[in-house]
Write a protein that binds this ligand. Sequence first.
Ligand code: SF4
Length: 224
Amino acid sequence: MTTKYKINELFETIQGEGAFTGQPSIFLRLQGCPVGCSWCDTKHTWEINLSDEVDHLTMTSKTAESDQWAALSSEDIIDIFSRKKFKAKHIVITGGEPCMVDLTPLCSVLEAHGFSCQIETSGTFEINTTENCWVTVSPKVNMKGGYKILTSAMQRANEIKHPVATEQHVDDLKALLTDHKVTAKPIYLQPISQKQRATELAIKTCIENNWRLSIQVHKYIGIE
Ligand code: SF4
């Protein structure tokens, strides 16, 4: 049976975070996330209500954030890319929490069509994807949903991107890296909500630990 994915939105932009910063990318945002981060900026993706299912034309012509989603196969998605004349060859699969579903069929089809794939995940679900897919784990610790960070996710990650606003967040990350025996991976600190104190803390901590800074450049230049 063809796998269908619940897509909240898809759009072409510039990746603003982590190792692929600056890369023209097509973002595929999946509906559904039970993790419950209080500062989440995509809360409209949390609930999967069957009454919010729409057709692909309605989904792709949304002009504002909403919890509407369309059920699309990998081939449907490729077809939309082509009809929209997207140029980017890098796909960022985000959410919501995309790893609630098996992404292997989707990434296999995308790669067969010449795209590179990247997943952005909270690290709280098993990651099922292709070997070549770049996995960004942004670990969400002690959130309202009560999900634990999985060792398998931390081990699979190609990069760890950690949101920080307080020293506690830095301590949480250090504990995670130790507990899950993570070594020799690029670690990015990302100040939460562009706050000045968070940015200063991130800069100081990156220098102290030889980590990298990720500042969500898309938010500074006013693109999605
Ligand atoms: Fe929002 Fe991501 Fe946290 Fe889910 S994991 S609540 S989508 S920030």
